[in-house]
Design a protein around this ligand. Structure first.
Ligand code: ZN
Length: 344
């Protein structure tokens, strides 16, 4: 199990980065990865907080998150020899930090600027340029510093998307249990409960989240971090990624760059809950309340894309058994599911 050693959530916790850095015993400068916008939103504040404690830092701006950029960052690491890589930004920048630090055997600190999905707290990374559209194993952050002041100023669409990724755990945990019964796969009750509890907490607090209150964003962030911890405990993405994630990955192939990860997983969760015989209407209603997409139109994809993703989802990861089975849905069944749930 790889777990973060320090998790800080709250207003203004960015100022604490220097103290945490010093607490870990790092002596050498840090390498801060951020995006063109997130450098202004939080990257500079992180660099200043380090300076106050007497630590220098180098900065690298990630323009687009690809494997090529990961390789560029690795060269920077070899040149500047930092003590730690700090990823400041959305999920993609954090993924670049996660992968480059792991490949160069360095620790990394995650400083998310949006509560958009659980990758900000997990050891999983997904980047363009891999052979498979699903995520790969990297290292878990040694610290997560989530400033609720920064997070609550992120575009609300990202927050709603984060809710979709958490609510999706209803269907992913169902699939995990199913696989343990059908295939005898290892099933960890503790990791499963943690993922499920996160989904329940977010469902219960959608009103707080949609009101854009600091309390709401804090609950969502804690849920996302708990999901990351659940994956660390399970040693895989199993508790947090089932058929709804396969659907989202399939949609990424069928209709690339249409919607956000959490938005697609949310709609996937409505569809899969229907097939699983779970209370799909409740999932749909909560997603609607929180302002996340609940159908093809809101996702910005064609009805036919939904059908195609539904029929192809099972083939994304052959090793991951879900409610879709090894044969997947027939076109007729996919159509029926999408229509019955109002997704198309
Ligand atoms: Zn996810």
């Amino acid at each position: 199990m790889q777990l973060p050693r320090e998790v800080l959530i709250g207003n203004g916790v960015l100022d604490k980065v220097g103290e945490i850095y010093s607490g870990f015993g790092f002596k050498t400068p840090a390498l801060i990865l951020s995006g063109p916008n997130t450098i202004k939103i939080a990257g500079e504040a992180v660099s200043n907080a380090l300076k106050e404690q007497g630590f220098d830092s180098d900065s690298f701006i990630v323009e687009s998150p690809t494997m090529e950029v990961v390789n560029n960052v690795k060269e920077v690491i070899l040149d500047s020899n930092p003590g730690v890589v700090i990823g400041v930004g959305g999920g993609k920048i954090i993924d670049v930090a996660k992968l480059s630090s792991m490949q160069e055997k360095l620790s990394f600190i995650s400083i998310p600027t949006a509560a958009s999905h659980d990758g900000i707290a997990s050891s999983r990374a997904s980047l363009k340029g891999f052979e498979t559209p699903s995520s790969i194993e990297a290292s878990a952050p040694i610290a997560i510093i989530a400033d609720t002041d920064v997070l609550s100023h992120a575009p609300y669409r990202l927050t709603a998307s984060g809710c979709g990724d958490v609510i999706a755990k209803y269907t992913s945990v169902f699939d995990w249990r199913l696989s343990s019964r059908v295939r005898g796969e290892y099933y960890g009750e503790y990791a499963a409960s943690l993922a499920l509890m996160s989904a329940k907490l977010v469902m219960r607090n959608v009103d707080l989240i949609v009101s854009k209150s600091v309390e709401g964003i804090r609950i969502l962030m804690e849920a996302l971090i708990s999901c990351g911890v659940a994956m660390s405990i399970a040693g895989s993405s199993r508790p947090c990624s089932g058929s709804e994630h396969l659907f989202s990955h399939a949609l990424d192939v069928v209709a690339p760059n249409s919607a956000l990860h959490g938005e697609q997983c949310g709609v996937g969760s409505i569809l899969m809950a229907y097939i699983q015989g779970q209370r799909w209407r409740r999932i749909r209603d909560k997603l609607k309340t929180v302002g996340a997409p609940i159908n093809a139109e809101e996702l910005g994809v064609d009805p036919d894309n939904i059908i195609q993703a539904l029929t192809e989802a099972h083939a994304i990861r052959k090793d991951r058994f879900t409610i879709l089975g090894s044969e997947g849905l027939t076109r007729r069944a996919a159509e029926r599911t999408a229509k019955a749930t109002g997704v198309i």
